[in-house]
Design a protein around this ligand. Structure first.
Ligand code: HEC
Length: 170
């Protein structure tokens, strides 16, 4: 009976060693031998010649509705504002006491000029800080350009008024 038992154990040990050896060689194969599929194959392809990179600095009036500017603004928004105002500007996933930029009345004044002033000076006494040192003026306009595409309370400031304001705004 006990001999029988040992016999089983021996086979179990062999099976165990065998599977360990398999695992070891399989690991070795995967890590050192197998080239596998590189997921970045496509990424390293040269960009097509007609894919011109958009340069925000080339836009003279970045407050005017413009899909390319808004796209840059969206990226800057994600990096600088989403943490508090929510990824979509509606406070979802954001800071409860920040402002919903999509709905509700503007508390610090409506329109792009007022929003720009918020980014210049922040709102003292709140967590809304100045972005003067973080974002260049045209980057701040780009963020606001984007916000104007997601808000239900769009700016009524005329391009002329904004241009006048922007020429003296730092
Ligand atoms: C650390 C959190 C935080 C970050 C980051 C932040 N904000 Fe704010 N923001 C706030 C808070 C809080 C308020 C509301 C202050 C108050 O009125 O009580 C506010 C208010 C505002 C307002 C005024 C809204 C209104 O009703 O008039 C604007 C516009 C605004 N933020 C835009 C931005 C933009 C654009 C960015 C990114 C460049 C940004 N915020 C980044 C916290 C933040």
């Amino acid at each position: 009976m006990s001999e029988n038992h040992d016999h089983h154990n021996q086979r179990g040990l062999l099976a165990f060693l065998g599977s360990m050896a398999f695992v070891f060689f399989f690991f070795f194969y995967i890590v050192f031998v197998n080239k596998g599929v590189t997921l970045d194959e496509k990424v390293s392809d040269p960009a097509p010649a007609d894919a011109v990179k958009f340069d925000l600095a080339s836009v003279k009036e970045p407050w005017i509705e413009n899909a390319d500017v808004a796209k840059v603004g969206q990226k800057l928004y994600a990096q600088n504002c989403a943490l508090c105002h929510g990824v979509k500007g509606d406070l979802v996933g954001g800071l409860p006491n920040a402002r919903n930029l999509v709905e509700g009345k503007w508390k610090a004044g409506e329109g792009l000029i007022n929003h720009y002033k918020v980014l210049q000076n922040g709102l003292p006494g709140t967590q809304m800080a100045s972005f003067k040192a973080t974002l260049k003026p045209n980057e701040r306009w780009a963020v606001l350009n984007y916000i104007n595409t997601i808000t239900n309370n769009k700016s009524k400031d005329t391009a002329e008024d904004i241009a006048k304001f922007a020429s003296s705004a730092d």
